[in-house]
Design a protein around this ligand. Structure first.
Ligand code: ATP
Length: 350
């Protein structure tokens, strides 16, 4: 497939959007690189869909500019942008076969019958629907319908593919499968993908970079590992997963004082020490060279491969820790006195 040449770069310059007196987006500036898989992640109402609609051209921005490969497209109508789109609810043509659905945009473009046939075959195969080309959408499962929508959107090699929560209606297993497919299709086509979700795990699994939105503002734009391990602020830290937050009582050189213990930190400033649950472990004594706080086990939650342990420190802070289930001593019970330890470079100040 010759998709790689088609991928485009999009730049948003200080995009703002106001609905009446409500500010939905404020000063959004970012560049989506050619062939990138950029995810817009944020809670409900944070402005993700509004931003995607502005990219698509369905919603005008109140302020700011939009560039496609350096060209100003702020006022260009959606049909001229010709971005591929996969939105919630599929919107396949119910009276057309899978093949005709996929062929539709190619017919609109006036491609020859032979070209269309070859391209439809290629797309059907790419999205794993070989043998289903003659069926109507109603004869397909939700996941299969979503694949048709994806094939139709990619058929004419759009410079950008916009996806708004395309898997939200699918069950967990199917969702996982579709995520893998999506990564493969992204690699295979090389198209620029802009993907909206409110699912943190989905964003971490799929993206080259994640743009985190809250209340219409861009909070951080960075690769998955960076937003998870070096969140820009407390909102990002808490939105991306469970995190333990311990208020800092004082400073002692390069260390912080919490509950009377001197704890090493990798640097930075902030009033709270933050540590992810999976970066902590349990010990009967303080691990040499690591940070540790004495605590009492409160509760266990078995999650299969992992077990979540709730604890309370001597100073009254609640902590959550996750460990591989097989690693936890089966003799451990609520009420046990333990040390919660973590490597100094795994905590960060917020
Ligand atoms: P969700 O995950 O729930 O779809 P979102 O992050 O995509 O949320 P948007 O749909 O972009 O959020 O909405 C952002 C805010 O703008 C919301 O508070 C919404 O009510 C408001 N909004 C969106 N469209 C309009 C509109 N046409 N008129 C007025 N307010 C709007």
């Amino acid at each position: 497939m010759a998709g790689h040449q088609a991928a485009a770069e999009i730049t948003a310059q200080q995009i703002g959007k106001v609905f009446g007196r409500f500010t939905a987006l404020e000063d959004i500036s970012l560049t989506i690189g050619r062939g990138e898989f950029l995810t817009l992640l944020g809670p409900s109402g944070s402005g993700k869909t509004t931003f995607l609609m502005i990219l698509a051209g369905f919603e005008p921005a109140t302020s700011g500019k939009l560039l496609l490969d350096g060209r100003d497209i702020t006022d260009m109508p959606p049909e001229q942008r010709a971005f591929g789109m996969v939105f919630q609810g599929y919107a396949l043509f119910p009276h057309m076969s899978v093949a005709d659905n996929i062929a539709f945009p190619l017919k609109v473009q006036g491609r020859s019958a032979a070209q269309i046939r070859a391209r439809v075959d290629e797309m059907v195969q790419m999205v794993g629907l070989t043998g289903h080309a003659d069926k109507r959408p109603s004869g397909l499962s939700g996941g299969q319908q979503q694949r048709v929508a994806l094939a139709r959107a990619l058929a004419y090699e759009p410079p950008v593919l916009l996806l708004d929560e395309p898997f939200s209606a699918l069950d967990k297993n199917l969702r996982g499968q579709m995520q893998e497919e999506m990564r493969r299709i992204h690699r295979q086509t090389g198209t620029t993908f802009v993907f909206v979700t409110h699912d943190q795990e989905e964003a971490l699994a799929l993206s080259t970079r994640i743009a985190i939105f809250e209340k219409g503002k861009l909070q951080q734009l960075a690769p998955p590992r960076e937003v998870y391990e070096q969140p820009a602020n407390r909102f990002v830290a808490e939105f991306l997963g469970d995190i333990n937050i311990l208020p800092v009582a004082g400073r002692d050189g390069g260390a912080v004082m919490i509950e009377g213990e001197r704890l090493g930190v990798p640097g930075g400033a902030g009033e709270n020490l933050a540590i992810r649950p999976e970066h902590m472990h349990l010990s009967t004594e303080k691990t040499a060279g690591a940070n540790g706080l004495p605590a009492v086990v409160q509760d266990f939650t078995y999650l299969g491969a992992e077990t979540r342990v709730a604890l309370q420190t001597a100073g009254g802070n609640g902590l959550i820790l996750t460990r591989p289930t097989d690693e936890l001593p089966t003799t451990l019970r609520p009420g046990a006195q333990v040390w919660v330890c973590w490597p100094q470079d795994r905590g960060f100040l917020l």
